[in-house]
Ligand binder design. Structure first.
Ligand SMILES: *[C@@H]1O[C@H](CO)[C@@H](O)[C@H](O)[C@H]1NC(C)=O
Length: 391
């Protein structure tokens, strides 16, 4: 009896400490998340401060901004949850568990995650079906060293938190199509992500570099595209918006380019625009060699609150215009509240009005002051998420 009571006291003491630690850590974590959220850009603030983001992955669809609008068509009734467990690739007869099975064979709404870190070498371009989300959060996924992603004649696609690099040109051949049937695919250039007649596409938090052709091509009547939070580096031709000078359908192309980080060692096309309209806002340009933003065939550009840091040597001018073609010397290049460092300059179109993006209520967002661009783009590219401290 004499020795029992100190034991009880000790037990209560331990319990009290455990409870205190539990509550204070929970409180400080919530507080920390809230503080983190305040410093994040509009997209990240929508999901990253949530320590339970893994449980609520689909919340991401409400976070998109710009021309892609909200991606709510990608979730809801009939959604298939698919986990990639196998990094191998068979382009014609994809095995269950591989990325190609989830992206091309499964039809309807599918949300693709990855079981573990993976290096995926695709044997042919991956043709992604409509209503597919590729969500690489929480793991380190590389699609590299051969064929890469193709988004052709489809809609409602999210590509999130993937590293895509060293993409190579592909010879014609048979491959599983986006409708789950094997098709013949012609010659494909070595781009990281290629859009062909695609719409409502959101490309967020990916790291793209060092490919044979370009990093992102938006072509052949593709529209309603948002390119956000990506890190583009080590590349000659970075981003092409508009197929070729003769492809007039691209006049309806609308692309939002926001919170991306360009550089180091990007040469040109950040982006290069043909025919259509691009709203390029709150991006960080860490140098260029030939130019940062260029175009031909009467493109329209609203460059808003971007930070352009000119290279030490080479061209200080941000823009480039292709001239000498019929209709080729008409363009609307406007710069609004951009910031220029290291002697950077921007040749604007004079004597006309800045074309507004005319976003609807699903697409609209507040462009931040250029002073915060370094901060807002600080975690661009694929991000490392930890099990304990969130994303
Ligand atoms: C693009 O988005 C707008 C606004 O949501 C919509 O009206 C239009 O039909 C879309 N275009 C395509 C080709 O999907």
């Amino acid at each position: 009896m004499v020795y029992k009571s100190p034991n009880i006291i000790r037990w209560n003491f331990v319990l009290a400490i455990v409870i205190t630690i539990f509550f204070t850590s929970k409180f400080s974590f919530a507080k920390q998340s809230k503080l983190m959220g305040l410093k994040m850009n509009m997209i990240d603030r929508c999901w990253r401060p949530n320590p339970e983001w893994r449980k609520h992955r689909q919340q991401l669809v409400t976070c998109s901004i710009g021309y892609a609008g909200k991606m709510t068509n990608n979730i809801g009734k009939g959604l298939t949850h698919y986990k990639v467990t196998n990094p191998n690739d068979d382009p014609i007869n994809p095995q269950r568990g591989t990325l190609r099975y989830g992206a091309s064979v499964i039809q309807g709404k599918v949300w693709i995650t990855f079981k573990k870190d993976m290096d995926i070498k695709l044997m042919k371009p991956l043709l992604i079906s409509s209503f597919t989300t590729i969500d690489g959060r929480g793991v380190n996924v590389h699609v590299a060293d051969n064929a890469c992603l193709m988004i052709s004649k489809v809609t409602n696609i999210i590509i999130h938190n993937i590293r895509i690099h060293h993409c190579k040109a592909q010879t014609p051949g048979m491959v599983m199509g986006p409708n789950g049937k094997v098709i013949h695919l012609g010659q494909v250039d070595g781009d990281a992500i290629r859009l062909v007649t695609a719409s409502k596409i959101w490309i967020d938090h990916n790291t793209l570099y060092d490919c044979e052709d370009g990093l992102l091509d938006v072509t052949r009547g593709s529209t309603n595209v948002t390119v956000s939070n990506n890190w583009f580096r080590e590349q000659d031709k970075v981003m092409l918006l508009g197929h070729d000078d003769g492809y007039v359908r691209d006049i309806n192309m609308k692309v939002t380019v926001v919170y991306n980080h360009f550089g180091p060692n990007c040469n040109q096309r950040m982006p290069r625009i043909r025919h259509g309209y691009a709203h390029v806002a709150n991006n960080l340009y860490l140098g260029w060699m030939q130019y940062a933003i260029g175009g031909s065939m009467g493109p329209s550009l609203k460059s808003e609150s971007n930070l352009f840091i000119a290279p030490k040597v080479g061209s200080k001018e941000v823009t480039w215009r292709k001239i000498g073609h019929t209709n080729g010397d008409k363009w609307e290049f406007h710069s609004v509240r951009d910031s220029f460092e290291n002697g950077a300059s921007f040749a604007v179109t004079k004597g006309s009005r800045v074309q507004k993006p005319n976003y609807n209520k699903e697409q609209i967002f507040q462009v931040a002051d250029v002073k915060s661009v370094r901060f807002l783009t600080r975690s661009s590219g694929a991000i490392q998420c930890s099990k304990t401290s969130g994303c």
